[in-house]
Design a protein around this ligand. Structure first.
Ligand code: GDP
Ligand code: MG
Length: 335
């Protein structure tokens, strides 16, 4: 098996940047527990300790390998006095282990760990993958995975059978319809005829390792977004959505707060992310990434840059929405 090590290392670096200082080390091992790649935070943990940790990981890994073969295990946590560990299956051959500070909270980190594991699996398979782990500003409220020293806990999801209403907020012409077309049909057209009414599409995000699917019912409101009454029906009962602006048009960025308010007025629990689309228009750029991130932080959202035209970031953005839904339905049981 030939593995793209550069990509693997790039991915681990991104993982470190994104998760932040609670992450002490990240290790990829094969099913026998052999270390295939590792990265550690230099000032906290050195290579020697990573080596030493394998004695810590080994017995847990043995159990996990057994659980794997019984088809039980996908993702789990294990706590010791000093560390908290997250284990994620990374495809057929590997396990991705995150070693966190003993007082770290697992919930906010879990979606990242899971996303990284899925990307690792793709690298092992030689499939197309971007090594970027998008940044997600966590909202609070999901149940907290309790610390139980010396106990292996299995993380599951109970959202499989449900479809979420996904809406698109943002001014006309920012590329909302184009993003959906890219996500659902993986294509792009220079113009979509402004249909009358609302286009409704279904799309599934499958997460094999978690044995779950997140289904979206995407409501794309055509031309008449200017009528407040239409908008209200459209936004009502939404559960998740994208707030989209055009990075080459500042006026669309300035309207984001208004959209955010309007969406939350009707459905307080709608789980959103902020998206700067048309990132391919580099020369016409009118809003900087820093400004956009600052706004996202202020609104408590994660921020993504996408180009519906060349496809960059579109799947990552929708995937993160799916993760936010998964995160709401996390369950934990001891095994
Ligand atoms: P909506 O009104 O927000 O649904 O926007 P549309 O999806 O209809 O797109 C408006 C225009 O922007 C169309 O001409 C698209 O071809 C164009 N567009 C959409 N996304 C992108 C992108 O990522 N890059 C570029 N360069 N153009 C885009
Ligand atoms: Mg549209």
């Amino acid at each position: 098996m030939s593995i793209d090590r550069k990509k693997l290392e790039a991915l681990l670096r991104w993982y470190f940047n994104t998760v932040g200082e609670d992450l002490l080390a990240a290790i990829i091992v094969d099913r026998e527990g052999l270390v295939l790649a590792s990265q550690s935070r230099e000032d906290k943990i050195d290579e020697e300790i990573v080596g030493g940790l394998s004695s810590l990981i080994e017995p847990v890994l043995k159990r996990i390998t057994q659980e794997f073969s019984s088809g039980n295990f996908g993702t789990g946590t294990f706590d010791t006095e000093e560390y908290r560990l997250i284990f994620c299956e990374a495809g057929e051959d590997a396990v991705f282990i995150s070693i966190l500070d003993g007082i770290a909270m697992i919930d906010p980190i879990f979606p990242y760990a899971y996303l990284a594991a899925e990307k690792i699996a793709r690298i092992f398979d030689g499939r197309e993958v971007s090594p970027v782990i998008p940044n997600l500003y966590k909202k609070v409220g999901s149940e907290i995975i309790t610390k139980k020293e010396g106990k292996l806990q299995q993380i599951g999801v109970k959202s499989e059978e449900y479809a979420y209403k996904l809406i698109l907020g943002g001014e006309g012409g920012v590329g909302k319809t184009s993003m959906v077309m890219r996500f659902v049909h993986d294509n792009f057209q220079e113009s979509y005829k402004a249909t009358i009414g609302t286009n409704i599409m279904k799309k599934e995000c499958e997460f094999k390792d978690l044995n779950t699917k997140v289904r979206f019912v995407i409501w794309d409101l055509a031309g008449q977004a200017q009528f407040a009454r239409v908008r209200q029906t459209y936004l009502r009962n939404s559960e998740t959505g994208l707030l989209v602006f055009d990075v080459a048009r500042r006026d669309t960025f300035d309207k984001i707060k208004k959209w955010h308010e309007e969406i939350l007025k009707d459905s307080k629990k709608t789980s959103l992310i902020l998206v700067g689309n048309k990132s391919d228009l580099i020369d016409q750029r009118d809003v900087t990434k820093e400004e956009a991130k600052a706004l996202a932080k202020e609104l408590g959202l994660s921020y993504f840059e996408t180009s519906a035209k060349d496809g960059t970031g579109v799947n990552d953005a929708f995937e993160m929405l799916a993760f936010q839904m998964i995160d709401k339905f996390l369950t934990v049981k001891e095994i």
